[in-house]
Design a binder for this molecule. Structure first.
Ligand SMILES: Cc1ncc(COP(=O)(O)O)c(C=O)c1O
Length: 372
């Protein structure tokens, strides 16, 4: 009975053209990859790999939660992140997803109100759903709409939280953090920034807050992931000491989950050391400029990007183009509803420091083949 029901639901997904399946990245050395979030290519950096090997001296797994047997070299990474982000403290989780869910559901309580950008990442949405706060969605980066919603509800909440991605993961655009910080200050609110895609990329690598020349403050909480520019696995939150101390005591996805393997932690520490030098972030910005020029020549974009994420909106043609690219050894994922709104289906092209002018040209030529 249950089996039949699930089969029917899968059929429905297929009939709606929304079926997902796992695709192995075959022939990994020959593939031209525009799907990865490894913006600085740190996942394959020899010094990072050596640091990972060195971390294996502690063993394969961490063997327990941070509050039990799993607290090995983790605090070294937290000190590094806090220093890098210029905050009082930092706390790492087993993924960026677990961080958003664990931080938002813990800090935002009954009687509070959350204002969340319409295009925020699924892990923020799930954190909001798990929290007991009231959640209102403001139109994407629309400050008038945000203020309107706050004004309408201002008498009826305890704490006000504004939550936004720093760089939006599917569009590559940047949240107006300067304006959001002003609004948070004016209404005595707390600004939570998920800088999963900004860390290592904007503000000399320090992130989106730095991009706006803003300093960390008591009412800013920054979240990030160790799985994108950092090249590893895990997530982190940074901010004032009291928030970190409170999360250690109350955040369920931190407390009730095994700590990251120490080798991953060692690799991430090395990644932050390399990011601090600034060379790779500078190279990434140069590659973004190069990609802007070439993508414009092929009419794939109208204005210059500041981030490595390019949405090429091909709507219903998206999946056919993605398939054509794969047949030509170019890996670039097609994104459909519900990850993006209907009618906004796109290739999500993400570029990194390893791409060359020829690579950008090859991608554009292959797309051109299919759309002409
Ligand atoms: C904006 C954003 N936040 C959070 C996450 C989750 O991070 P992780 O992959 O480390 O769980 C992602 C990754 O998909 C993301 O794009």
């Amino acid at each position: 009975m249950f089996k039949e029901q699930i089969k029917k639901e899968i059929e429905n997904i297929k009939n709606n053209n929304l079926y997902r399946f796992l695709r192995k990245k075959d022939n990994i050395d020959n593939i031209l990859d525009f799907s990865s979030n490894d913006y600085l290519c740190l996942s394959k950096h020899p010094e990072v790999i050596n640091a990972v090997k060195d971390g294996l001296r502690y063993g394969f797994g961490s063997t327990g939660s941070r509050l039990a047997s799993g607290n090995i070299n983790h605090q070294l990474l937290e000190e590094k992140i806090a220093q890098f982000k210029e905050t009082e403290g930092a706390l790492i989780y087993s993924s960026g997803y677990a961080t958003n869910v664990g931080v938002i559901s813990t800090l935002c309580k009954k009687g509070d109100i959350i204002l969340s950008d319409r295009l925020n990442h699924a892990s923020i949405i799930d954190g909001c759903r798990l929290s007991k706060a009231d959640v209102l969605i403001y139109n994407h980066c629309d400050m008038d709409n945000l203020i309107h919603l706050i004004e309408e509800n201002r008498s009826s909440y305890n704490n006000l939280f504004i939550i936004t991605d720093g760089i939006f993961s599917m569009d590559g655009d940047i949240a107006p953090l300067d304006k959001l910080k002003n609004i948070a200050d004016e209404y005595n609110g707390i600004l939570i920034i998920d800088d999963a895609h900004g860390t290592g990329v904007l503000g000399n690598g320090k992130g989106t807050l730095k991009h706006f020349n803003l300093k960390p403050s008591d009412n800013i909480i920054q979240i990030g992931t160790l799985s994108k520019a950092v090249g590893g696995l895990g997530g982190f939150v940074c901010g004032i000491e009291e928030v970190i101390e409170y999360l250690i005591n109350t955040s369920r996805s931190f407390i009730y989950s095994t700590a990251l393997p120490p080798s991953v932690v060692s690799g991430c520490i090395k990644s932050f050391e390399i990011m601090e030098e600034g060379t790779l972030t500078k190279k990434l910005q140069e590659n973004i400029e190069l990609a802007n020029r070439i993508f414009k020549e092929y009419d794939l974009i109208e204005k210059n990007n500041l981030t490595p994420i390019y949405p090429f909106i091909f709507k219903e043609k998206t999946m056919d183009i993605a398939e054509h690219l794969i047949k030509n050894n170019i890996f670039c994922v097609g994104i459909r509803y519900p990850t993006v709104p209907r009618g906004m289906e796109r290739l999500r092209v993400s570029i990194n420091v390893g791409h060359s002018e020829e690579d950008f040209g090859a991608l554009c030529e292959c797309i051109k083949d299919k759309i002409i």
